[in-house]
Design a binder for this molecule. Structure first.
Ligand SMILES: NC(=O)c1ccc[n+]([C@@H]2O[C@H](COP(=O)([O-])OP(=O)(O)OC[C@H]3O[C@@H](n4cnc5c(N)ncnc54)[C@H](O)[C@@H]3O)[C@@H](O)[C@H]2O)c1
Length: 258
């Protein structure tokens, strides 16, 4: 049986483009009302407008705790409640550990790890205050399951997301709140466009050769699309996943199988 999201009210972070935008579109298509949030408010407004008028747009930088709490409250007011939160916002840079700067480490950890903590904390506080059996879906990465060269700092931040997801799931399961994570592979987004150039430079390859290697590492034989991730998020948000919590699920075309 396919479970839709009629009557659900969802907030997505980093939803101004890429995977987050696809998640917002897919949640809305499944029947949810959606708050599209991004630190780039213009992008958030464009995605919300394209989805339709039952959608709201908010500017939100997930590294700002007070702003995150305010955005959740605003979304709940505008949507008539809030029961689904997708902590998707993330950043990446690539560098050898010997050259990695503290600023790069802090940037990745602040957005990817602290941003997920702050978004999840605000969501759980909201759910508990309203007696809501809410659902959280965090965007981790296959880099949250295995290290990768030039991505030690990014991998550390994504392993953090997986550990955080498991721990929070154990804490709040008794309240009927579910917390899961998705672990995408090589997804066609602006982040990937930047990474193709960085990795090519670090390895003396063209971006096209890096991309071809990504495809060769993927048994299903193509670059992942944001919609491939978004459909899994919809499932995890739905009652179809009612007995799943604390999971970090690969959606990689087989590039990772653990
Ligand atoms: N693209 C991939 O191959 C891939 C693979 C695995 C996991 N991921 C993860 O998926 C998520 C989305 O990635 P993407 O590829 O769509 O990235 P992207 O760079 O294409 O888009 C990210 C969006 O997040 C926003 N953002 C950045 N910092 C923010 C902040 N502090 N607060 C709020 N919004 C912020 C940006 O403005 C942008 O709109 C990230 O968590 C990323 O780590 C991506």
């Amino acid at each position: 049986m396919v479970h839709g999201l009629d009557g659900r009210r969802a907030l997505v972070t980093g939803a101004g483009t890429g995977i987050g935008a696809a998640i917002a579109r897919a949640l809305a298509k499944a029947g949810a009302r959606v708050a599209v949030t991004d630190m780039d408010g213009k992008r958030a407004r464009a995605i919300a407008a394209a989805i339709g008028k039952r959608t709201v747009a908010l500017t939100l930088d997930v590294t700002d705790a007070a702003a995150t709490r305010r955005a959740l409250a605003k979304a709940a007011k505008a949507l008539g409640g809030l029961d689904t939160v997708c902590a998707n916002a993330g950043v990446s840079t690539m560098n050898r550990v010997v050259d990695l700067t503290e600023a790069e480490w802090d940037f990745n950890m602040d957005v990817n790890a602290k941003g997920v903590f702050l978004t999840n904390q605000a969501a759980v506080r909201h759910f508990l205050a309203n007696g809501t059996k809410g659902v959280i879906v965090n965007t981790a990465s296959m880099a949250g399951h295995m290290g990768a060269p030039f991505l030690a700092h990014y991998c550390a931040s994504k392993f953090a997301v997986v550990g955080f997801t498991q721990s929070l799931a154990k804490e709040v399961g008794g309240h009927g709140i579910r917390v899961n994570a998705v672990c995408p592979g090589f997804v066609r987004t602006l982040m990937q466009e930047r990474e193709l150039v960085w990795e090519g430079t670090l390895r003396g390859m063209t971006p096209e050769a890096v991309r071809a290697e990504m495809i060769s590492l993927t048994p299903l034989g193509r670059i992942e699309e944001p919609e491939d991730v978004a459909d899994l998020v919809v499932f995890l948000a739905s009652d179809g996943a009612r007995f799943m919590t604390g999971q970090a699920i690969n959606v990689t075309g087989g590039a990772r199988m653990d």
